[in-house]
Design a protein around this ligand. Structure first.
Ligand code: CU
Length: 158
């Protein structure tokens, strides 16, 4: 009986994770994320948001280098044009922005504390954010071996 209920719990956990946005990886509050992100997000002029498009595919980001201006609101559209799931993994960059929301096909995450965004084949996710800390940040796909195959990039906040 006990063994059965454990299996059931595992099955429910799998169903729940399949229904939520995902496979995205989140950090925890206080772990290097900017304080006051909500104030930055609330104070930004989102009508003035600039759209930046990035394609993910086997095995690279296009473009490989992204440049953002500190304080400017952005809509970062990530589109997977490949046939495998890829991940926009940039822990340093995600700690250098005030993230308003991550929009995906069936919902959104508000004020997300991100580590990596997973994008399935032929899917698109859009991150609304304001850069708050200038710097030079590493981008990679953290699916095993993808970075080894060249799926890396760079993000500059100026
Ligand atoms: Cu990948």
């Amino acid at each position: 009986m006990r063994g059965k209920s454990r299996v059931l719990v595992a099955a429910i956990a799998m169903i729940v994770s399949a229904c939520t946005s995902s496979d995205d990886s989140f950090g925890v509050s206080g772990d290097g994320y900017p304080e006051g992100a909500r104030e930055v997000v609330d104070g930004a002029d989102w009508a003035d948001a600039e759209t930046v498009e990035v394609d993910l595919a086997e095995f690279g980001f296009s473009p490989e280098t992204l440049v953002f201006r500190n304080g400017q609101p952005y809509a970062l559209r990530l589109t997977n044009t490949g046939s495998m799931t890829h991940r926009f993994a940039a822990p340093g960059f995600f700690r250098a922005i005030a993230a308003k929301s991550l929009m995906f096909s069936d919902g959104e995450a508000s004020l997300p504390l991100l580590e990596a965004i997973a994008v399935g084949s032929q899917d698109t996710k859009t991150l609304y954010f304001v850069p708050v800390t200038p710097g030079d940040y590493r981008l990679s796909c953290d699916v095993p071996l993808h970075a080894t195959f060249g799926m890396v990039g760079r993000i500059l906040i100026e």
